[in-house]
Design a protein around this ligand. Structure first.
Ligand code: NAI
Ligand code: CS2
Length: 490
C-alpha cells in the first residue's frame, strides 16, 4: 500500500479536507517540543485552520526529545498525516499539513538548537508530559537530581531535556541580539506557564545570573488550558484507516470531536491568530484550567485506577459498568464541583454531563493503563488540591480517599487477579519498594502518603485522610474494587 505524501495526497479517499495552501512557500514560526499524538490533534489542528485561511508564517517544526518514531512516521509522508475525528455519530478524516519537518533532539542537539535560534521562530511550545518538566510536583521546584538536568548543566551546548534546550536557545538569542520567543506549555499542569517559567529561571540561574535576568525581562510563558481526548494510536487504527483512505498513514491520530484551548494572552513575540480557529485568548486561564484538571482529569484518573483494577481495558467500557459510572457522577457532584469557581455564565452541570458523555464515547479506545501512567506526577493537580479544598471547608473526602487507595493498590504492582501490573511512573520502583516493605494497609498508606515530593507535608499527618484511605485499601484488598464500591454506592 502506498504511503500518504505530497505525491499521493490527491488520491486519498473519503477525506473531508486536505491542506488548501502552498506548503512549500509557508514559513515555520513555531517549534514544538514533544510532537506526540496530542499536539497533532490539537495545536497543529488549530494552526491548520489558520493556514487554510491564508496565514503564511505559522507552520510548525516538531521535535522529539526521545525517540525517532514520529520523525520516521512523518518525514516519509512530507509531514502529512490524518486526524480521525470519531464521535457517537460517526467519523471524519482531515489531512493536516501544518507540520513542516520533524527533528530528533538526541540525533543532533546542535541541529535542533540551530532552528530554535532562528529569528523567524516566535514560539516554542511543549507537550512533553508532566515528567518532562523535571520538577518536584509538590514544590514546583526544578529537581536538580534529575539525570537529564545534571547532564544539561554539565553540557549546556548539547542538552537532553526541554528545559536545557529552551535555556540554551535563549542564551544564543540573547548573545546574538535576537528577540526572545514565547514559551508555550500545553501540558496538563496547573499554572503550566508559571510552573515552566519558575523551572526555566531556576535552571538559567545555574548557568548565569545575567541570562536569568534577560529571560525575566524578555521572555513570557503564557498559561494554557488544553482539552481534547486523544488516545495513543494503535496498529489496528492504522490498518482501519488504510482501508478507508486507500493509503498507508503511519502518523495518523484519532481524537474525539470536542476540542477546547484557552490561552493566556501574554506573548512577547508575534503569534498566530488562534482565536480565529476557535481558541479563547483570555487574561486569566486559572478558572478554566482548575475546572478541567479537577473535573476531567481528576475523574479520568479515578476511573483509570478503579477501572484497571476491575479488569477494564478502556474508559468507555468502564463507563458502561453502572457502579463505576455512578462513582464518576458522585465524585464530580459531591467532592469536586464545590471546590470550583467557574467562568462567568458557565454551566457547570452541563459540563459535567458532557464530560461523562465524552468518557463514554465508544469510538475511542482510550486505555485505562495509558491514563494510569505517571500517577505520581498527575495526582497533585488532579486530586490533592481538591482534597485540600474539601478539608479546608470540612467537605466530603470519601471518594478522594478511595482514589488514593486505588492508586496505591495499582502502584503496588499486582492486580486483583494476582497478575503483575506494568506500572509506568518515574517513581515506580520507589513506590513498589514502599508497598513491599509495609505489612498492613495502614503502614502502606502512611509510607506512600509520606512521600513529601509528591504529597508535601500535610497529608501524612492528617488522621482523617489516613483512616479513610486505609479503610478503602483494606476493602479493595479484601473484596476487590467493584464489590467495595457496590456496597458503598449501591
Ligand atoms: P505521547 O506519548 O503521544 O507523546 C508524548 C511526547 O512527550 C513524546 O514526544 C515524548 O517523546 C515526549 N516526552 C516524554 N517524556 C519526556 C521527557 N521526559 N522529556 C521530554 N519529552 C518527553 O502523548 P500525548 O498524547 O501527546 O500527550 C502528551 C501530553 O499532552 C500529556 O502528558 C498531557 O500533558 C498533554 N495532553 C494530552 C492529551 C491527550 O488526551 N492525549 C489531552 C490534553 C493534554
Ligand atoms: C488523560 C488526559 O492521559 C491522561 O492522563 O487524563 O490526557 C486527557 O485525555 C486529556 O487531558 C483530555 O484533554
Amino acid at each position: 500500500m502506498q504511503r500518504l505524501n505530497n505525491q499521493t495526497l490527491a488520491t486519498a479517499a473519503n477525506v473531508a479536507s486536505t491542506p488548501n495552501y502552498d506548503r512549500a512557500n509557508t514559513n515555520a514560526g513555531i517549534i514544538h517540543l514533544g510532537i506526540g499524538a496530542f499536539h497533532r490533534a490539537h495545536q497543529a489542528w488549530y494552526t491548520e485552520a489558520l493556514l487554510n485561511k491564508g496565514a503564511t508564517d505559522w507552520q510548525i517544526i516538531g521535535a522529539s526529545l526521545r525517540s525517532a518514531t514520529v520523525k520516521d512516521q512523518l518525514v516519509a509522508q512530507d509531514g502529512l498525516y490524518t486526524v480521525v475525528e470519531r464521535g457517537a455519530d460517526g467519523e471524519k478524516f482531515q489531512v493536516i499539513g501544518a507540520v513542516k519537518d520533524v527533528l530528533v533532539g538526541p540525533e543532533s542537539p546542535a541541529a535542533l538548537l540551530s532552528v530554535m535560534v532562528n529569528a523567524q521562530i516566535k514560539i516554542v511550545s511543549l507537550t512533553i508530559t508532566e515528567k518532562g518538566y523535571c520538577h518536584d510536583p509538590a514544590s514546583g521546584n526544578l529537581n536538580l537530581n534529575n539525570p537529564d538536568i545534571q547532564h544539561d548543566l554539565a553540557n549546556p551546548a548539547s542538552p537532553k531535556s526541554a528545559i536545557g534546550f529552551i535555556v540554551a536557545a535563549l542564551d544564543v538569542r540573547r548573545r546574538s541580539g535576537i528577540d526572545s520567543f514565547t514559551v508555550l506549555s500545553c501540558d496538563n499542569l496547573p499554572n503550566n506557564g508559571a510552573v515552566l517559567e519558575k523551572i526555566v529561571l531556576q535552571y538559567a540561574d545555574k548557568v548565569s545570573t545575567q541570562l536569568a535576568t534577560w529571560i525575566r525581562a524578555n521572555t513570557t510563558f503564557p498559561c494554557t488550558m488544553i482539552d481534547r481526548i486523544v488516545p495513543a494510536t494503535t496498529d489496528a487504527d492504522r490498518q482501519e484507516l488504510e482501508g478507508k483512505l486507500g493509503l498507508r498513514d503511519e502518523g495518523m491520530v484519532l481524537a474525539e470531536p470536542f476540542s477546547q484551548w484557552v490561552i493566556e494572552n501574554k506573548f512577547c513575540s508575534a503569534r498566530p491568530a488562534w482565536e480565529d480557529a476557535g481558541a479563547l485568548l483570555v487574561d486569566d486561564v486559572h478558572v478554566y484550567e482548575i475546572m478541567k484538571l479537577r473535573l476531567l482529569n481528576g475523574s479520568h484518573s479515578l476511573l483509570a485506577y478503579c477501572g484497571y483494577l476491575a479488569g477494564f481495558d478502556y474508559v468507555s467500557e468502564v463507563m458502561r459498568e453502572p457502579v463505576l459510572a455512578k462513582l464518576c457522577q458522585v465524585f464530580m457532584d459531591r467532592e469536586v464541583s464545590q471546590t470550583l469557581t467557574v467562568p462567568a455564565g458557565f454551566d457547570m452541570e452541563h459540563y459535567k454531563v458532557e464530560l461523562r458523555e465524552r468518557f463514554s464515547n465508544p469510538g475511542l479506545k482510550h486505555r485505562t493503563w495509558q491514563i494510569a501512567m505517571d500517577g505520581s506526577q498527575k495526582i497533585p493537580q488532579r486530586w490533592l488540591q481538591t482534597l485540600q479544598a474539601q478539608l479546608d471547608t470540612k467537605g466530603n473526602i470519601n471518594l478522594l480517599c478511595l482514589a488514593l487507595a486505588a492508586w496505591i493498590r495499582y502502584v503496588s504492582g499486582v492486580d486483583e487477579k494476582g497478575q503483575t501490573i506494568d506500572v509506568q511512573d518515574p517513581l515506580a520502583a520507589e513506590l513498589k519498594a514502599l508497598c513491599e516493605a509495609s505489612n498492613t494497609a495502614e503502614e502502606t498508606v502512611r509510607a506512600v502518603l509520606g512521600m513529601t515530593k509528591v504529597f508535601g507535608n500535610a497529608l501524612a499527618a492528617n488522621a482523617q485522610v489516613l483512616a479513610a484511605t486505609t479503610q478503602w485499601l483494606d476493602r479493595i484488598n479484601e473484596h476487590g474494587v467493584l464489590a467495595a464500591l457496590k456496597s458503598e454506592l449501591g
